[in-house]
Design a protein around this ligand. Structure first.
Ligand SMILES: Nc1ncnc2c1ncn2[C@@H]1O[C@H](COP(=O)(O)OP(=O)(O)O)[C@@H](O)[C@H]1O
Ligand SMILES: [Mg+2]
Length: 380
């Protein structure tokens, strides 16, 4: 028996955006009923036109969001077409939303948000987030990167950025261009130890919220990659609330202990209605130049976690000193050594993520996946 209620399903549906209207399906009044029976959730949803090209995307998003809830084995979507009257009512809601700027974070509802999370620091979360963002950018997507790890911001260094964030005329924070990726990091805001301490003080989630509301994100971003702080506390929940379209990629190392910690993050993601897209195992085996292979941190943890969560293992990234040097020199390994096995694994992960979470504007998606594929060894 699941404890998931129709209200939980509705909350999860707030993360499903109608790409055409730019609002979530709940606020747009498109959800016409939710029932749960024997682990099967049935969602009745009314679309502007039953055969609209966005139908598939909305349907698969509903399945992903609702399917991420505990105890939901299967999600059925019943699509109905709206009457002309309902349609014009809906357009009015969409227009009002646009006028009132309903989106608190100024992230376009069409932007896919990929939150890279881990239970603890040091597993390579930031390295993965940075390289994923750069890989997506190199494939031609418009990509933003939010370093939300207030305690351990390392993203600016990894991208060789040291300039401070500036405000525009509207007093909004303008992301910094880092190798074509639009970067915002709390680390680019703090000037001194004191401001850092202030940030780390009370009401951190509130401060982050305020900060996020002040960022002028490019409205045409395909992806926003989020380097989440480690752990499962207030800040993670606040981020999930602020970015309802976020979906989680969990990073873990191959050892069993790490897997347990990572499972907690996945649990947090579920509680905040973030579907888990998949698992990336990092710091998997190390291969020496003469071909000897060592599994320094054990093996199989990523696969085991993915199986537990019922999600795919997106990639297994080997231990590679070039990941470290790339990070230290501000030149991520996917740019500096795209042919290295570690870079290849991350590029493949990016391609898989595009498949699992396709961008809202889909026409060029296939071509861009092809670009990522071309960068994979043996396919070029
Ligand atoms: N695949 C890898 N191979 C070797 N070193 C790695 C790899 N991934 C990350 N590292 C290194 O491990 C350290 C921690 O990585 P980082 O991305 O900062 O982790 P987190 O954000 O989880 O704290 C960094 O020095 C980084 O260069
Ligand atoms: Mg980090």
């Amino acid at each position: 028996m699941t404890t998931t209620t129709p209200a939980d399903v509705e909350a999860a549906l707030r993360g499903v955006v109608d790409p055409e209207l730019g609002g979530d399906v709940v606020e747009l009044g498109m959800v016409r009923g939710v029932t749960i029976e024997d682990g099967i959730a049935t969602v009745k949803i009314a679309l502007t036109i039953a055969a609209c090209p966005m139908r598939d995307q909305i349907e698969s998003d509903v399945k992903r969001k609702v399917g991420a809830l505990p105890g939901i084995e299967k999600t059925e979507v019943e699509v109905a077409a709206m009457t002309a009257e309902e349609r014009s009512g809906l357009m009015a809601v969409a227009r009002r939303r646009a006028r009132e700027g309903a989106n608190p974070t100024m992230v376009s509802p069409l932007t896919r948000v990929i939150a890279v999370g881990s239970g603890k620091g040091g597993v390579g979360k930031s390295s993965i987030a940075v390289n994923l963002a750069v890989a997506l950018r190199r494939a031609g997507f418009a990509v933003g990167l939010l370093d939300a790890d207030i305690w351990g911001f390392s993203v600016p260094r990894m991208l060789g950025v040291s300039e401070r964030l500036q405000a525009n005329q509207d007093r909004k924070i303008v992301p910094i261009d880092a190798a074509g990726v639009q970067l915002v990091s709390t680390g680019l805001l703090v000037e001194t130890e004191e401001t850092a301490l202030m940030w780390r003080g009370l009401m951190l989630s509130k401060a982050l919220e305020q900060f996020l509301q002040d960022v002028a994100w490019d409205q045409s971003l395909d992806y926003l990659v989020l380097d989440m702080p480690p752990g499962t506390g207030d800040i993670q929940m606040a981020l999930a609330r602020l970015l309802p379209q976020a979906e989680m990629v969990v990073v873990t190392t191959p050892q069993k202990a790490a897997q347990k910690v990572a499972a907690r993050v996945a649990d947090m993601a579920r509680r905040s209605y973030m579907p888990v897209v998949g698992v990336i195992e990092n710091m998997a085996g190390f291969t020496t130049e003469d071909g000897r292979h060592y599994e320094l941190f054990g093996a199989g943890g990523g696969k085991a976690l993915a199986d537990d969560l019922g999600v795919p293992l997106i990639a297994s990234v080997p231990l590679d000193p070039m990941v470290v040097s790339g990070g230290d020199e501000g030149m991520p390994v996917v740019t500096a050594h795209p042919e290295a096995p570690s870079a290849q694994a991350i590029i493949a992960a990016a391609a898989r993520i595009v498949e699992l979470v396709p961008p809202a504007e889909d026409e060029t998606c296939t071509a861009r996946i092809a670009v990522l594929m071309e960068q994979l060894e043996g396919r070029a």
